[in-house]
Design a binder for this molecule. Structure first.
Ligand code: SF4
Length: 361
């Protein structure tokens, strides 16, 4: 196993797929086991192209990106890489076949010598999260139960700090950075934006800024507040799916159907943006489900699909058109409710609830 300058063993974690849901836990757990964690670089076009060269062309973009990140770690000299098989995350709550079979995909497409740490999580078949952690430690030749238990606790403490900040609407990168530094920061006071949307998307599509083409920041620049699945508690997401009369089947369903349902049912946003990878089976079902309920309720929604060829100009045009439509819709609504609208030339967008005055760019 590769060691750092201080003789500490190094484990590599690809910055893709479950990194975006579980990295705070992974980081704390591996630190607790006495390892140094090496993450792959941020996604670039070169990294995507590299990953794409190893798999058949109709593989979805996030898997191509994952392969690119494994190659990136190997290029850094890392020879032990964590690639879990996340089968089901709760009873009968499943991941897609590609995420379930990730170790097999990597074994079959990357013909280079390295050790894969490949524990299985499968709650449907009684392989619990604790089993998953023990399996990981054992594959690293760590058998000290006390050490493993302490590492699990440390993993959860970092994860809980991250979640607390995410629920308080701290942006993903900031929450992650503070959590792994063992800090909790509170949300700064922000100007209330006159428009808001919820983005239903997998974390690995949305928070990877190359894949999402910086969607959240683009919306912020347009004066639109973007909520995500990270801002909704697990219970609220589950309750909202049930309220729609649907069931949770997919592992990432809470970030997609759950988040969209919660904000739509509680009328907390002006519209829904669905962001998904071209050719993704689970997303096509979840997006269809929400599209059905949104159109029933007359709730605006747009579906953006992405692959490695998606051009930024067309992507931005679609977002701008959607936001323009939301602005017109809201203006009309406010007018009907006799709420004064400031001139559109006024750039500063402030909502003052007391005097019911709203301005759009
Ligand atoms: S859920 Fe969809 S986008 Fe994600 S890995 Fe599976 S097929 Fe690809």
């Amino acid at each position: 196993m590769k060691q750092n300058n201080n003789g500490v063993n190094v484990i590599g974690i690809p910055r893709a797929i479950s990194y975006y849901n579980n990295y705070p836990f992974y980081f704390g757990f591996f630190k607790g086991l006495g390892l140094e964690v090496l993450i792959s670089d941020r996604t670039t076009t070169k990294l995507i192209n590299e990953g794409s060269n190893y798999v058949v062309s109709d593989t979805c973009l996030p898997i191509k990106v994952f392969v690119g990140h494994v190659i990136n770690l190997l290029e850094k000299g890392c020879n032990t890489i964590f690639i879990p098989s996340l089968q089901s995350t709760a009873y009968k709550v499943n991941n897609c076949t590609k995420i379930r079979g990730l170790p097999e995909i990597i074994r079959n497409v990357i013909n280079k010598p390295f050790k894969m740490i490949e524990p299985t999580l499968d709650k449907t078949n009684n392989i619990s999260f604790k089993d998953f952690c023990y399996d990981t430690a054992h594959q690293l030749d760590i058998f000290d139960e006390n050490k493993i238990e302490i590492a699990i606790q440390y993993g959860w403490s970092i994860y809980n700090n991250f979640q607390q900040m995410a629920l308080a609407e701290i942006p993903f990168e900031e929450a992650l950075k503070n959590a792994i530094e063992n800090k909790i920061v509170s949300k700064p006071i922000e100007v209330v934006k006159p428009l808001s949307v919820v983005i239903m998307a997998h974390g690995y599509n949305l928070f990877d800024e190359r894949i999402s083409m910086n969607l959240i920041k683009k919306l912020e620049k347009m004066g639109v507040k973007a909520y995500t699945g990270l801002n909704v508690s697990k219970q609220n997401a589950i309750n909202s799916i049930q309220e729609l009369g649907e069931i949770q089947y997919w592992a990432n369903e809470l970030d997609l159907t759950g988040a969209a349902a919660y904000y739509m049912l509680n009328n907390k946003v002006d519209g829904i943006i669905a962001l998904s990878a071209f050719g993704c089976g689970p997303d096509s079902l979840m997006v269809d489900e929400i599209q059905y309920h949104a159109s029933e309720k007359g709730f605006p929604m747009i579906h953006l699909t992405i692959d490695e060829h998606t051009g930024e100009a067309g992507f931005v045009t679609r977002i701008e058109a959607f936001i323009d439509m939301l602005i017109r819709r809201k203006r009309k609504k406010l007018k009907n409710n006799n709420i004064k609208i400031l001139p559109s030339s006024k750039k500063e967008q402030i909502t003052k609830k007391e005097d019911k005055t709203v301005s759009f760019v």
